[in-house]
Write a protein that binds this ligand. Structure first.
Ligand SMILES: Cc1cc2nc3c(=O)[nH]c(=O)nc-3n(C[C@H](O)[C@H](O)[C@H](O)COP(=O)(O)OP(=O)(O)OC[C@H]3O[C@@H](n4cnc5c(N)ncnc54)[C@H](O)[C@@H]3O)c2cc1C
Length: 323
């Protein structure tokens, strides 16, 4: 961290608190992770969130290197009455990952993933993005229920319930959550599951990010892929009535393995979309089968758009270069 004499931080009481350089050094000495202020290398990435319209700035960022660092930071924030926020993948649309003028814990260094194929469990650091978990579990032909977009954070998605391609077959993300390691407001590191702190576990399964700072999630895994059938099928808006009626019939009768979503939007300028269609609204449908099952019967006009594909890592996955 750049040497700073004092720093003003937003407090829980709505006022401002001045931290002296000694107090900052005290926090720095309690943690292994990096403390950042504006202008430091890595600051822009640490405070970036998906929704630029909701962007705001903290006064101080800590990038914890361990659950112990998270506990130390929570204790420090509590002792000094500081406004504290937690950033997982930064995809919350309201921008709640960042505490305006406060202390933000950027969990991007908690990226460890351990897969136990025998127990069919994945232990996932709370700074992981969805694609990283899929990559690790698919190496064993396994997967858990995560979302549609690989760059979303595991933490916020899971704490909000979580749904994605596999939800119809295996339930919500939180239905597949076996255990959580979490730092609660008293600075204690706890394990919550159906057997340990069951009420805390219940609250974390969909209650959002206000019950503590999660440092690790353990998910149950299922045999999926690695080859599945999926794809995006695009039609022009003139066929909306016909397509949406067929979509309704399809989802009425589809097997649990099929997840499908209809989207009405301007077609993106993608190679897969016909040029003439890119400026006009196009009802489309995403679909994917969630297991090694025969391809489901799709309406005739949709069949040509599906294909079998094998998971590969997204090219834009940001590496964790700071840890
Ligand atoms: C492009 C896009 C696609 C999406 N697709 C899906 C989808 O397919 N399925 C779905 O269910 N949702 C989806 N969402 C919604 C998404 O799951 C939520 O916005 C979720 O909050 C994002 O999690 P995050 O970790 O990236 O967000 P962040 O903004 O980092 O965090 C979200 C909230 O969780 C809190 N939080 C983060 N980490 C922790 C932690 N370790 N402990 C405690 N609290 C924490 C934060 O403080 C914040 O309040 C999508 C969102 C976007 C923008």
């Amino acid at each position: 961290m750049t040497t700073t004499a004092t720093i003003e931080l937003a407090g829980l009481d709505g006022g401002h608190h001045t931290l002296t350089s000694e107090q900052l050094e005290d926090l720095d000495s309690r943690v292994q992770g990096r403390l950042l202020v504006a202008g430091d290398q890595g600051w822009n990435d640490a405070v970036a969130i998906w929704n630029g319209m909701a962007a705001r700035l903290p006064a101080l960022v800590l990038q914890p290197a361990s659950a112990h660092d998270v506990a130390a930071a929570v204790g420090f924030a509590r002792d000094h009455g500081l406004l504290l926020s937690t950033k997982g993948g930064g995809h919350n649309i309201a921008g709640t990952a960042i505490a305006e003028g406060g202390l933000t814990l950027d969990l991007s260094c908690l990226r460890e993933i351990a897969v136990d194929p025998d127990a069919k469990l994945a232990h996932v650091g709370s700074g992981c993005l969805l694609g990283e978990v899929d990559q690790a579990t698919q190496a064993h032909g396994l997967a858990t229920v995560l979302g549609f977009v690989s760059e979303t954070g595991v933490a916020g998605l899971t704490l909000g319930g979580g749904f994605g391609y596999l939800a119809r077959r295996f339930g919500w993300t939180v239905d597949n959550l076996a255990e959580v390691e979490v730092v609660t407001a008293d600075g204690q590191l706890r394990t919550a599951s159906r057997d340990q702190h069951p009420e805390l576990f219940w609250a974390l399964r969909g209650g959002g990010g206000n019950f503590g700072v999660v440092t690790r999630f353990s998910f149950r895994l299922h045999e999926v892929g690695p080859t599945i059938t999926g794809g995006l099928i695009v039609w022009s808006a003139e066929r909306a009535e016909e397509v949406l009626a067929a979509y309704r019939d399809l989802t009425d009768s589809a097997p649990r393995e099929l997840t499908a979503a209809a989207i009405v939007r301007l077609a993106p300028p993608a190679r897969s979309c016909p040029r003439s269609g890119t400026a006009s609204p196009s009802p489309g449908s995403r679909c994917a089968t969630a297991a090694r099952t025969p391809r489901p019967t799709l309406p005739q006009f949709a069949r040509s758009g599906t294909r079998s594909w094998t998971w590969s890592p997204p090219s834009r996955m940001p590496p964790c270069s700071r840890c």
